[in-house]
Design a binder for this molecule. Structure first.
Ligand code: SF4
Ligand code: SF4
Length: 200
């Protein structure tokens, strides 16, 4: 398989992200789901991300920020990682604001164009069939669950084709080293603290 240049891989990733946003919007419109006035904030959710290509694309966005802004984000990310480790050591799930958020009250993403797949899918019901055949379903956020309560068949985003596209892109981006490299299983904060991914 021919390895893609970072520029070409990022273009393809942006196209996959656009498709995700379209699917998300279709479902959100059907259930009349909006984030306005939300009392929760999904950027407080603790989750890991799993691809080198998304990690690298996030850094492509970070590197476009003014130097002082990037330094502030790195400091917040370091705090996040330390607090997260302490919380996990107590057997609890961290509930800490993502270091890329720029307005805790309104949940504004400071790297919106480069935000990762899971950030784009959090709100609405979505499902994924893994290559093993295992089906995973996500009910959407609390507001979405309220809106879909009582629906026999709530609309759902099938992430499977998008996930397949992402896996293919990951192989094209990383190239033949993919199997030798450690599996990616990092929070956004960890990806910031670690710096851009090393692919060799
Ligand atoms: S990257 Fe943006 S959308 Fe994703 S959790 Fe962080 S602030 Fe929220
Ligand atoms: S996706 Fe759900 S939890 Fe996240 S901001 Fe929107 S309404 Fe709130």
């Amino acid at each position: 398989m021919k390895k893609l240049t970072p520029k070409a891989a990022f273009r393809k990733l942006a196209a996959i992200y656009d498709k995700m946003v379209d699917r998300y919007n279709d479902v959100a419109e059907t259930i009349d789901m909006k984030c306005d006035g939300c009392t929760d904030n999904c950027c407080l959710s603790f989750f890991q991300h799993h691809t080198y290509v998304e990690w690298a694309y996030m850094w492509e966005g970070l590197n476009q920020l003014p130097a002082d802004r990037l330094e502030a984000i790195k400091a917040k990310a370091q705090e996040y990682v330390e607090q997260g480790q302490m919380t996990l050591a107590r057997g609890q799930r961290p509930h800490i604001m993502c270091p890329l958020n720029i307005d805790e009250n309104q949940g504004i993403c400071g790297l919106y164009k480069h935000r990762l797949m899971i950030c784009r899918m959090h709100g609405v019901p979505n499902m994924l069939v893994k290559p093993t055949g295992q089906e995973i379903r996500f009910p959407g956020c609390y507001r979405c669950q309220e809106l879909t309560e009582g629906m026999d068949t709530p609309p759902v985003v099938d992430r499977t084709p998008l996930y397949k596209d992402l896996v293919m892109l990951e192989m094209q981006f990383v190239g033949k080293n993919l199997r030798q490299l450690p599996k990616v299983d990092h929070t956004i904060a960890e990806m910031i603290v670690l710096g851009p991914p090393k692919l060799r």
